[in-house]
Design a protein around this ligand. Structure first.
Ligand SMILES: NC(=O)c1ccc[n+]([C@@H]2O[C@H](COP(=O)([O-])OP(=O)(O)OC[C@H]3O[C@@H](n4cnc5c(N)ncnc54)[C@H](OP(=O)(O)O)[C@@H]3O)[C@@H](O)[C@H]2O)c1
Length: 171
């Protein structure tokens, strides 16, 4: 089996904002459903602050890998990695065991910035909003990414905004 694709999955505002004070800057239940469908059964990698922000830990049905510099950090129900490369090693090993072809980096801003150079595929939810916030998704280099799908979604009952779901692959 070939190496699993390294995928980043994110919802970002038009201004690049992804988070505010340790939380999401919007409520988008349709996007959370899609996130669950895409990532369940596949390893997920996150920064320690995103782990801390989860309302329910670990996210069920997926290996949760938490990246932290704290040598004594315990992520109950998850696996701790001291750096991103170790996290990719854990994720790839689990993907091989489970015969899945993707591993996901699920945020937040620091971890996306560190992982973008390794990414093969981006699942981008482009939220039609410009919220205030303190965590951002890094800018994408022009010409490095090609859009392979796009779906426009009106705001549903549990959504604060309309959004566009895009999948980009590294050129
Ligand atoms: N919109 C979205 O799709 C989305 C997705 C996920 C998260 N978010 C939001 O993003 C925000 C959190 O993002 P954030 O940038 O503040 O934090 P983060 O990336 O989730 O976590 C940062 C932490 O990760 C660890 N870390 C970072 N780089 C590391 C490295 N190279 N090696 C080892 N450990 C490393 C450090 O943990 P220690 O301090 O423990 O050492 C650091 O404090 C929240 O508001 C959250 O709601 C949004």
């Amino acid at each position: 089996m070939s190496e699993p694709a390294i995928c980043l999955i994110v919802a970002r505002g038009r201004n690049g904002v992804i988070g505010r004070e340790g939380d999401m800057p919007w409520r988008l239940s349709s996007d959370l459903k899609q996130f669950k469908a895409l990532t369940t059964g596949k390893p997920i990698i996150m920064g320690r602050k995103t782990w801390d922000s989860l309302p329910r830990r670990p996210l069920p049905g997926r290996l949760n890998i938490v990246v932290t510099r704290q040598a004594d950090f315990i992520a109950e129900g998850g696996q701790v990695a001291g750096d991103l490369e170790t996290a990719f090693d854990f994720a790839t090993a689990q993907a091989r065991i489970d015969s899945v072809d993707e591993v996901f980096v699920i945020g937040g801003g620091q971890i996306y910035a560190a992982a973008l150079a390794r990414a093969d595929r981006l699942y981008l939810t482009e939220v039609e909003a410009d919220p205030a916030g303190d965590a951002v998704f890094p800018a994408l280099a022009a010409g490095h990414w090609s859009e392979v799908s796009r779906r426009v979604c009106e705001a549903g009952p549990g959504d604060d905004h309309a959004f566009v779901c895009r999948v980009l692959e590294r050129v």
